[in-house]
Design a protein around this ligand. Structure first.
Ligand code: NCD
Ligand code: ZN
Ligand code: ZN
Length: 417
């Protein structure tokens, strides 16, 4: 039996515990256990591994930005043990062939567990794409995305997804409400693709929802949260919580939906503290330094982030702004519920996905520590606390950001109800 020892987060409490693992599953949790091997982390925290339901790993088609091996290495470096990859790759994951191709790629290269989104073009496509983990629709143009032109069509997809036993994630912005003209700065980008356009798309889609499982991607304002239909889930990104349109990031800060005003940003943070947001997700959307080194209007939207959710947000836990319980449920427990996987808690019978972190340790965020293939991060130089170790189903995958076991990732499956 393999044993991991430290101050473990179990049932909402932190206690010194030994976690016994066999065949990738937690089989015992005791004050002491004899293990071979035994990993002892003293008074560092052991938390359930992170689950990021929104990453763009760019393979196939755009592997100069990212690929499944590099993206999952970064995930592990940041304590993320499961990712769900978006379908706006090339070709887009809108056909069974494209889905199979991505599954082959991910299965042979992923260092952490993964799920795959498919993007049906109508409700009729859903059945043939049922091997996908979940479905995604884009209601407005964004980087390389297949757009669903009407809310009726999106509603039809949502109804079909309900029968497939999974959920539909939606990029919600209403292009009919976009301002005129081409944005040349972060503040203009925020005004053109306004909070109103975002909230309106959420409300419109809500009208077509029925009782189908809807998840709203990257919510940026309280207004958007208010528009969210009862029972739908949503995610926020650390960049919308920690950066705003006054940031001196130029084209690197260009992202959809845009970074908002300082007031909207702090209000969004408050909504997280009030428990109104189910989960963090990174919307890890890397582009190269070169691609971002052009005029604002020509730059692609998106920024990397899969490795910095825990490092940035755990600082707020350490400063007693964000309760540890809320952090863990948003980083791991709630996304596990959305996906219906046997993960997201340190509990006998669950997958042994664990992240070890010492919140007293502070390291600056750098692209190198994040292991980013794109070689930049919008949080460069910010205070972070990176994990000491990341375990995927009992395998030590990453140690101080160094990859120590390769290709252990598997496709996730829904627990039988
Ligand atoms: C994403 C991308 O680059 O794939 N870009 C972004 O600005 N967020 C697409 C998306 O999630 O909208
Ligand atoms: Zn999006
Ligand atoms: Zn995205």
């Amino acid at each position: 039996m393999l044993v991991v020892e430290g101050r473990a987060y179990i049932d909402g409490r932190i206690e010194p515990r030994a976690i016994g693992i066999e065949d990738g599953t937690i089989v015992a949790i005791k004050k002491q256990l004899r293990g071979d091997p035994a990993y002892r982390y003293g008074d560092a925290l052991i938390l359930p591994g992170g689950i990021d339901v929104h990453v763009h790993f760019r393979e196939p088609g755009m592997t100069h930005k990212e690929d499944f091996a590099s993206g999952t290495e970064s995930a592990a470096a940041g304590g993320v043990t499961t990712v769900v990859d978006m379908p706006n790759t090339n070709p887009p994951v809108s056909t069974p062939d494209a889905l199979r191709q991505k599954l082959r790629i991910a299965s042979r290269s992923a260092h952490v567990d993964f799920g795959l989104y498919a993007s049906p073009t109508s409700g009729r496509d859903v059945e043939s794409l049922r091997e996908a983990t979940a479905f995604k629709v884009y209601l407005a143009e964004t980087t390389n995305a297949p757009v669903i032109p009407t809310f009726e069509l999106a509603g039809g997809i949502l109804a079909a997804v309900a029968g497939a036993g999974t959920y539909m994630s939606a990029h919600c912005e209403d292009p009919r409400l976009f301002g005129k003209g081409v944005a040349t700065s972060l503040e203009e980008h925020h005004r053109v693709r306004s909070p109103r356009a975002e909230a309106s798309a959420i409300a419109e889609l809500g009208k077509h929802r029925g009782s189908a499982p809807l998840h709203i991607a990257h919510v940026t304002t309280q207004e958007a949260l208010q528009a969210k239909p009862e029972g739908a889930t949503c995610e926020v990104t650390p960049h919308h919580l920690l950066l705003d349109a006054t940031a001196k990031l130029g084209p690197r800060g260009k992202v959809n939906p845009p970074l908002r005003s300082p007031q909207e940003r702090t209000d969004l943070f408050q909504a997280v503290l009030d428990g109104r947001v189910e989960m963090f997700a990174s919307d890890h959307a890397p582009h190269t330094v070169e691609e971002k080194s052009v005029r604002f209007e020509d730059a692609p939207a998106g920024m990397p982030g899969v490795a910095t959710i825990l490092p940035l947000m755990i600082r707020y836990v350490r400063r007693q702004v964000l309760p540890l319980e809320r952090f863990v449920s948003m980083f791991s427990g709630n996304p596990a519920k959305l996906l219906g996987v046997n993960k997201g808690a340190i509990e006998v019978g669950r997958d042994a996905d664990l992240v070890v972190v010492d919140p007293r340790k502070i390291q600056p965020v750098t692209a190198a520590r994040c292991r980013y293939k794109c070689e930049w991060t919008p949080f460069d130089g910010a205070e972070g606390t990176f994990p000491t170790a990341t375990f995927v189903r009992g395998e030590l995958v990453s140690q101080e950001g160094e990859l120590v076991a390769e290709r252990v990732g598997r496709m996730i499956t829904r627990k039988k109800p």
